[in-house]
Write a protein that binds this ligand. Structure first.
Ligand SMILES: [Zn+2]
Length: 293
């Protein structure tokens, strides 16, 4: 029952993220009246959606993925984002507590869960906007930076209680974290990670004369460093570059992009973050076992 409620709630948030990202235009505020207000309508024929057409996922299936009036195919972005968002709202609490039976009675856990749900919602939003317009709005990067500081403060005050299962040693890499020189001072750890990200991306921007990476990515990696800390930021960066290269090669093979075409990097950082959060420990465990360590 609890999973179901979380899933439905997450998919409603996902449908909201869809609306924001589709109504967004570059160089305007992310949350203005035009974006938030107004009933949802078909982007093709402007038909206002009735209440049952607003139900996430279900409405897409009921309408067979088409507008009822003009028959225009609806973007697959709708159900994909809604399902993804629903799953995130189910599994973020699971990872952070290693237990579905959390009760929201532990303030530390509740605050942590709330922060991470917000972070993942922002990841989804910035990925869609970056794919559509090749920019990452400053307001999103700023929000992620603020959330990074909020996470540090939460951990700082609840240091004793954060040795939770699956979230050992303040790292998603669990007992492997000390191998990379885990710094136990929360502030030092997270600021150091942010600095490493900035230097690394700064070098790439400098060496490629701004062609490989933009300022949006530069700001994003600072926020990610604050959020993930050391050594997790290493895995975020590594995974995002691996996924980024694979997808770029794929696009070149199917001839959709040329070598020179810029590919937005924000979504790859979001994917790297996603895998570090959910599978960081499994990935590093698998890696070390291959080499018999
Ligand atoms: Zn229509």
């Amino acid at each position: 029952m609890q999973y179901f409620v979380l899933f439905v709630f997450g998919s409603v948030i996902g449908s909201f993220l869809n609306v924001i990202s589709l109504r967004y235009k570059p160089n305007q505020k992310l949350l203005n009246k035009k974006i938030i207000g107004g009933r949802s309508h078909c982007l093709n024929c402007n038909k206002k959606l009735t209440w049952y057409e607003l139900i996430p996922i279900v409405s897409f299936l009921l309408q067979f993925g088409k507008c009822r009036k003009c028959g225009k195919r609806l973007s697959f972005q709708y159900p994909i984002v809604e399902v993804l968002s629903g799953l995130i709202f189910v599994f973020v609490p699971f990872i952070l507590t290693n237990n579905f039976q959390f009760t929201f009675s532990n303030n530390f856990q509740t605050a942590l869960i709330f922060c991470w749900l917000l972070i993942f919602s922002l990841f989804i939003l910035l990925s869609i906007i970056d794919i559509r317009y090749s920019i990452i709005p400053n307001s999103l990067n700023l929000s992620l930076t603020v959330l990074g500081f909020v996470l540090i403060i939460i951990k700082f005050f609840y240091e004793k209680s954060y040795f939770l299962n699956g979230y050992l040693n303040n790292s998603f890499l669990g007992h492997y974290a000390p191998v990379f020189g885990l710094e136990r001072n929360i502030w030092f750890n997270h600021l150091f990670a942010a600095l490493v990200g900035l230097i690394f991306f700064g070098l790439i921007i400098f060496l490629s004369k701004g062609k490989a990476m933009g300022m949006g990515d530069f700001k994003l990696v600072f926020g990610l460093g604050l959020i993930f800390g050391w050594p997790d930021i290493l895995m975020v960066l590594l995974l995002s570059f691996i996924v980024g290269s694979l997808i770029s090669v794929f696009f070149m093979i199917i001839k959709k992009k040329k070598m020179k075409d810029p590919i937005p990097f924000g979504p790859f950082l979001a994917i790297g973050s996603f895998f570090t959060f959910f599978f960081g420990y499994q990935i590093i465990d698998w890696y070390f076992k291959i080499f018999g360590l």
